[in-house]
Structure formats: structure tokens, C-alpha cells
Design a protein around this ligand. Structure first.
Ligand code: SF4
Length: 433
């Protein structure tokens, strides 16, 4: 039996789903009586990501540093890297446990792995989480895993097939999070557009239930909140979901993050994505026609095998046509175990760097144009301190002098008055009033 630990520190790499997974473990360990520490601790839980080679490198580097600086700490590595390269992780200094994404990541099993005999009833561990302490936004993982097989992606191998959490459980969790003080709930997962396929339901049906939730505090006062969808495939934003977003702008932020990956049909085929450029752009146009100035953000993967100058030019044009409010540009790195890892016709690294700079610059201009189109409109900004996120995904800074107390959300009108206390943050700050 391993001696129980008294203090624990959590380090999380990667996506919102991983942040959520860490919170599940955090709540279980703290309920068990452990204290959370920000630096030195008996136990360090490193929740890893393996989506890029860089993510793996960063996690290994951090583990080595922790072992050097805190030689007595016991390190537990979990998350996607612990599925994709457990043998390598086991050889790192200080690593005592390597726990994958499967059963071991359930809180009760996780505690047992650490040598804590626990009775789940006695711990009262709810399904999901109860809060994201210190934050006004909270994540809600609605499903895990993915049934697709994109050529560049290792995630289906390390997280398995898509599994949806039951709607009733999710409704209860939204209520719990809102009553805990969170004013924005971000629905996340690995492939959220597939929510419900294993439950004979779909995402729009889940959203219908979530938007109707009413929360009241102990004095009977209604608690306002909004939902935001995190990454969702453009082809999975169907008419039902779009209508719901159009009808309930008070409850669903008019923002969609829809990974595009490339604007070239040839590259999309090489990637084994299931749509072509026109399908993606038509989905954007259809949503734009139904919603009031929705914000789109996206990921683009540059340097994938087969990407030549013509394919890159198609991506530039697609980014301009979609009018993204924000674009995340990633250089492709082959992941062992993926279909694309064996493909060799990749553009040279210096070319990828040049394309990344050119695409980022064009995307910043497109985002700025979208931001300008919002001037004069009202929006609700969910604040963390004096900086917040509008419903349409604009970072907004608020002058503390204009606020009474420390509200979690404020309604603002975005405008061009340079003396205004509110402004967009970003490449070209836009004054607002
Ligand atoms: S849809 Fe493709 S990129 Fe997204 S998790 Fe599944 S396999 Fe990976």
C-alpha cells in the first residue's frame, strides 16, 4: 500500500476537455482531504496532451523539471500522452504512476490507484464537477472520444469512441454550476457535434433542454447565465441547432468555433476530412443568414502533406470568405500511429513558417474587419477581473472606474468613442462606449 499523500498540485496541458478532467480529479482528491498547493506538494498530477509533438515535449520537460526541483514529490502522469507513450513516461524521473484515459481516470479508481481505499458513497462524489473556483466561466464536458479518423489526429486512439453523458446529468450540472456563481457555461468535449448518437438523441435536443433551465438562488432570485458551444464541426451545426441559437440569443452565445483545417479540397481529402471547401463555406453562409452577426473562429493546420502554393492560396481565400473573428494557425507535426505520419510530401519547414506568418497576418485583418462590424452593438461581456469575453468572442477591457463592485457580467455598447472606458483588446484596439 502506498502512503497517502497530504498535498497535491495539478498541472494541465491541452484542451478544455482536459481542464474539465483535471477539475473532476481535483474535486475528488480535495474531498478525500488533500490540500491543493501551487508549487511544492507531495503529489503532482500532470494531465497531459498529445495532440502535437510540441505538447508532448512540453509535458516531458516539465516532468523532468519537477523531478529536479522537488526530488521527493511523487508524480502521477495522466491524460492523452499517458495513452500514447506510457513506456517513455514511466522512465522519466519521479514518475510513480502513469494512468491512462480509461477507467483509471474515474475519480474513485484514480484514488484507489494512488493507494486510497475509498467508498464512493462516503465521498459523495457527484457525476461531473461542482465549480471552477476563481472563474466566472465554467466548462461542461458533454461527451468524450471521437468516431472519426482524421489523418493527422491521434485523439480517437487515445480517447476511444464517442460516449455521451446523459442529458439529465448535464442539466443537473448546469444548475449546480450556475448556482455556484458561474455566468457562462462552455460546452466542451472531443467531438460535441456527435453528442447523443449513442443515446438516440442529438446536440440540438440537448441544447433545447439546457436553454430552458431556470436557476434561482436561496432568496428565489433568478440567476442569469449563458451557454457557449466550444469546438464543433461546421457540418454538424444543423438547421435545428441554428434555429435554437437564433431564437435564444439570451441563452446561447452567437459564436461557433468550427475547425476548418484547410481551404483546399485536395488537402482536406488527404486529411480524411469528410467535407470540402464549398461545404464548409456554405455552412458558414447558412448560419450567417440565420443569426445576427455570428462570430466564427477556426483552426487551420498548415504544412500538411500535399499542401503546395495553390492549396495554400485556397486556404487564404477561404479564411477571407468565412470572415473569422479569430483564427488559430497550427503547423502540422506528424504523430506516430496516425495515417498521415507515413506521408512524405510535406512542404519545407521554412515554407510553413512563411505561410503561417502570411496567414496569421491576413487572419488578423479579417478579424479586425469583423470587430469593426460590431461597433454600435450591445453585447454582454462576461468578466474575469476587468477583462472579459463578449458573446461574439471579442476580448473587451472595462475601466474599473465605470464599474460598481466586481460584477461577473456587464452589458456594453461597442462604439468608436476614443474616450470610452471600454475597448476591444487585440492587434488593433477598437475603442468602444
Ligand atoms: S474529428 Fe478528427 S480532428 Fe477532431 S478529434 Fe476526431 S479525429 Fe481528431
Amino acid at each position: 500500500m502506498v502512503a497517502p499523500v497530504k498535498s497535491v498540485r495539478f498541472v494541465t496541458f491541452g484542451c478544455k476537455a482536459n481542464q474539465y478532467d483535471t477539475q473532476v480529479l481535483r474535486e475528488a482528491l480535495l474531498r478525500r482531504g488533500m490540500e491543493e498547493a501551487n508549487s511544492k506538494a507531495d503529489l503532482i498530477v500532470v494531465n497531459t496532451c498529445t495532440v502535437t509533438a510540441e505538447a508532448g515535449r512540453k509535458a516531458r520537460k516539465l516532468i523532468r523539471r519537477i523531478a529536479r526541483e522537488q526530488p521527493t514529490a511523487r508524480i502521477c502522469v495522466t491524460g492523452c500522452l499517458s495513452e500514447s507513450e506510457p513506456e517513455i513516461l514511466r522512465t522519466l524521473p519521479g514518475v510513480q504512476w502513469v494512468l491512462g484515459n480509461g477507467e483509471a481516470k474515474r475519480p474513485v479508481n484514480f484514488l484507489r490507484e494512488l493507494g486510497h481505499e475509498v467508498d464512493p458513497e462516503e465521498l459523495g462524489i457527484p457525476s461531473g464537477v461542482t465549480e471552477f473556483s476563481g472563474h466566472t466561466r465554467a466548462f461542461l464536458k458533454i461527451q468524450d472520444g471521437c468516431d472519426m479518423a482524421c489523418g493527422f489526429c491521434i485523439i480517437p486512439k487515445v480517447r476511444g469512441a464517442s460516449r455521451s453523458r446523459p442529458a439529465a446529468e448535464l442539466c443537473a450540472e448546469v444548475q449546480r454550476l450556475v448556482l455556484a456563481g458561474h455566468v457562462e457555461i462552455v460546452l466542451c468535449g472531443i467531438h460535441i457535434g456527435h453528442w447523443g448518437r449513442d443515446l438516440d438523441s442529438n446536440l440540438a435536443e440537448l441544447m433545447e433542454q439546457l436553454v430552458d433551465i431556470e436557476c434561482e438562488d436561496r432568496e428565489g432570485r433568478p440567476q442569469p447565465f449563458r451557454l457557449r458551444l466550444s469546438s464543433i464541426e461546421a457540418t454538424e451545426v444543423d438547421a435545428h441547432l441554428t434555429s435554437l441559437m437564433a431564437d435564444r440569443p439570451d441563452r446561447i452565445a452567437p459564436h461557433l468555433h468550427m475547425p476548418m483545417q484547410s481551404g483546399s479540397d485536395l488537402v482536406l481529402r488527404q486529411m480524411n476530412r469528410w467535407y470540402d471547401r464549398r461545404t464548409y463555406l456554405d455552412a458558414c453562409a447558412r448560419i450567417q443568414a440565420r443569426l445576427d452577426l455570428p462570430a466564427f473562429s477556426a483552426d487551420v493546420l498548415l504544412g500538411f502533406p500535399g499542401e503546395g502554393e495553390a492549396e495554400f492560396a485556397e486556404t487564404l481565400a477561404a479564411v477571407e470568405e468565412a470572415g473569422f473573428a479569430r483564427l488559430h494557425v497550427f503547423p502540422y507535426s506528424p504523430r506516430p500511429g496516425t495515417a498521415a505520419a507515413e506521408q512524405s510530401d510535406r512542404p519545407a519547414p521554412e515554407l510553413v513558417r512563411e505561410r503561417r506568418a502570411a496567414l496569421s497576418e491576413m487572419a488578423a485583418g479579417v478579424a479586425e474587419a469583423y470587430g469593426r462590424s460590431l461597433i454600435g452593438r450591445r453585447d454582454t461581456v462576461v468578466l474575469e477581473g476587468f477583462v472579459g469575453l463578449s458573446g461574439r468572442y471579442q476580448r473587451v477591457r472595462v475601466d474599473p472606474k465605470e464599474l460598481t463592485g466586481l460584477p461577473k457580467a456587464v452589458d456594453v455598447r461597442l462604439a468608436q468613442d476614443p474616450t470610452s472606458p471600454l475597448s476591444f483588446l487585440g492587434r488593433s484596439p477598437l475603442p468602444v462606449a
